[in-house]
Design a binder for this molecule. Structure first.
Ligand code: NAP
Length: 264
């Protein structure tokens, strides 16, 4: 077992499969100690053992259901108390495209709890320590569906929250050495699709990325200090144009009288 890493500790939620498991591998490879969070303890332990053996860093495991209030608080307490934490990857999430009228309300609530509430609470847990130590990063995994509602309002709504929340966080840490990144995966080949009741083989394969490629690109973006990383976007100028247009639109929404077209 090695001593404490110079890189500090990376907390990765949803590390038991898919994108989170790749983050765990890459971050261990970069020299981080790890804390891996998800429900499936057996898969976390298996991955932890593999990474300890491969990279020689400390890898801790917290089995927790991030839709469960008590479990989320347990994770918060553990990571807030750990001064070695330098990176939080809020990756755990679940999808699905139910119509609101027919959705199972409890399933919808679980999605919101994991994708939104847990992400918010875990960020709140580590942010003061990162700012106090003036070091580290938070990576929030959103989705391209933050900008598209054709696969249902609940998932899209959760990911739009992640984007706005992260942008506001970036303003909060401006002037410190803490960085905050939001990642926008498109269709990525993981268990996510099956868990959401879909089949990724029905998606045109030319737009499906591997989790390895997605995470490697996102980590390049993080190393460059990118605020918004969209690995599938070929033309980066489109992102700047979109964000600029949105800011300009916001600026034109204010007036002391309704617009002329609303005259009775
Ligand atoms: N795959 C895509 O096409 C795609 C596209 C855009 C965005 N994303 C986002 O990428 C992130 C990772 O997804 P993925 O594609 O890697 O899917 P995945 O392979 O299904 O992984 C999801 C991870 O989240 C964890 N998780 C789910 N519910 C949880 C809960 N209640 N408590 C704790 N952990 C929970 C799962 O662990 P346990 O089951 O062990 O708890 C698993 O480790 C998600 O936020 C997703 O929204 C994915």
């Amino acid at each position: 077992m090695s001593g404490q890493s110079n890189k500090g500790t990376a907390v990765v939620t949803g590390a038991s499969s898919g994108i989170g498991a790749v983050y765990a591998d890459r971050l261990a490879g970069q020299g981080y100690d790890l804390v891996l969070v998800a429900r499936r303890a057996d898969r976390l332990e298996e991955l932890a053992e593999k990474l300890r053996y491969a990279y020689g860093h400390k890898v801790g495991v917290i089995s927790a259901d991030l839709a469960d209030d008590n479990d989320v608080r347990r994770v918060e307490q553990a990571i807030a108390a750990d001064d070695s934490v330098t990176l939080l990857v809020n990756n755990a999430g679940l999808g699905g495209a139910p119509l609101v009228a027919t959705a199972d309300a409890d399933v919808a609530e679980r999605m919101i709890k994991v994708n939104v509430i847990a992400l918010t609470r875990l960020t709140r847990a580590v942010l003061p320590g990162l700012i106090a130590r003036n070091r580290g990063a938070i990576v929030n995994i959103a989705s391209v569906l933050a900008f598209d509602t054709s696969f249902g309002g609940i998932y899209s709504g959760t990911k739009a929250y992640v984007v706005n929340f992260t942008e506001a966080l970036q303003r909060e840490v401006a002037g410190t050495d803490v960085t905050v990144q939001v990642v926008l995966p498109g269709a990525t080949r993981t268990d996510f699709w099956e868990a959401a009741g879909s089949d990724i083989n029905n998606v045109p394969q030319e737009i499906v990325m591997s989790a390895d490629d997605l995470v490697d690109a996102a980590l390049v973006g993080l190393a460059r200090g990118e605020a918004v990383t969209a690995p599938g976007l070929a033309d980066a100028a489109k992102l700047d144009a979109f964000l600029g247009a949105r800011q300009g639109f916001f600026g034109s929404l204010h007036a002391n009288k309704p617009a002329a077209r609303y005259a009775a």
